[in-house]
Design a protein around this ligand. Structure first.
Ligand code: NAD
Length: 294
């Protein structure tokens, strides 16, 4: 048996088309164009690529984007000052600071400086608290993407046995809350978990967000399970080149899983689509409009 490959790129493109429709309606019916401001510090190659993809896709959906670049050596206070300025600009609906940040800056202070109403990445402590307490708010993009991809296979997640490997504030923890909100049965495993493979094998729905290529081998996977791979690592490939790899040993796990996301082309494109969705929702909230169901 070979697992069904969940085509995140195609699913994200379809969602992007519906978002573009909502953007067009906002423009024609209300004269509003959502505007996403992205802040990039330094020249980390991976961050450059992520930011390029985010701004290109957002612009392709008819939204405005602005890129604010700061030098690698910028002081935390200057970065916070820029965020404060973007917060105060009524023309901007979403503010995203691309992580990671250089060592002289505490990313937590910067994320906390973003106005919660413009926190389209969903990482502000208030957004995290609203999620944890089940109150309405902006949800983090990657966990949202994971849920949407899982739902292309499982129409309902009620009661499903879900295991998440990884407990970061960015992915693992918010994903656990989103799954609980779907009434799934949730286990969060991490670097200190005993017999990780046995815990993972409990899952009908396995999410992996670690950042270690090929951590998850076939002995981690219950036959027929759905596997959502969040991890992104750059590894050596033939001819001295490098390539992107997920946390899941794709070829061997594909033989045992029921469905699986590829890397690249799985969670990544869907994360960008969810960022666009959050930007449209934040724009609607700022304008006192109800957000469209997309
Ligand atoms: P992180 O480093 O903050 O967290 C990693 C987690 O993995 C930790 O909770 C840690 O306990 C756990 N872990 C580490 N080693 C482990 C091991 N040997 N066994 C079990 N658990 C272990 O990382 P993050 O920000 O959550 O990102 C995780 C991965 O997801 C990275 O590769 C990152 O690049 C990727 N990512 C992808 C997207 C996307 O859009 N596709 C978005 C965010 C993050």
């Amino acid at each position: 048996m070979s697992a069904y490959v969940i085509d995140g790129k195609a699913i994200a493109a379809e969602l992007g088309g519906r978002i573009a429709g909502a953007v067009e309606r906002l423009r024609t019916e209300h004269g509003i164009t959502p505007h996403l401001a992205v802040v990039l510090v330094g020249h980390d190659p991976a961050s450059e690529t992520y930011v390029r993809n985010k701004t290109a896709k957002t612009a392709a959906a008819g939204m405005r984007t602005s890129l604010h670049r700061l030098s690698e050596t910028v002081a935390e206070s200057d970065l916070v000052a820029l965020v404060t300025q973007l917060n105060a600009d009524p023309d901007i609906h979403g503010v995203l600071v691309q992580l990671p940040l250089p060592p002289q800056i505490d990313a937590r202070n910067v994320v906390a400086a973003i106005a919660p109403a413009k926190d389209v990445d969903g990482c502000h402590p208030l957004s995290a608290g609203l999620l944890a307490t089940g109150m309405p708010g902006i949800r983090p993009c990657t966990p949202l993407a994971c849920i949407r991809l899982a739902k292309t296979v499982h129409a309902s997640l009620v009661g499903i046995e879900a295991v998440i490997i990884g407990r970061s504030n960015l992915v693992g923890k918010p994903l656990a809350h989103l799954l609980l909100a779907e009434d799934a049965t949730v286990t969060v495993a991490h670097s200190k978990t005993h017999d990780l493979a046995a815990v993972a094998r409990r899952a009908d729905l396995l999410f992996v967000a670690v950042g270690r290529a090929a951590l998850v081998t076939r002995d981690f996977v219950k036959p027929g399970a759905t596997v959502i791979d969040v991890g992104i690592s750059r590894i050596a490939a033939e001819g001295g080149r490098t390539r992107l790899a997920g946390d899941v040993a794709f070829a061997q796990v594909q033989d045992i899983a029921g469905a699986i996301t590829p890397v690249p082309g799985g969670v990544g494109p869907m994360t960008i689509a969810c960022l666009m969705l959050n930007t449209v929702r934040a724009t609607c909230t700022a304008a006192g409009l109800s957000a469209p169901e997309i």
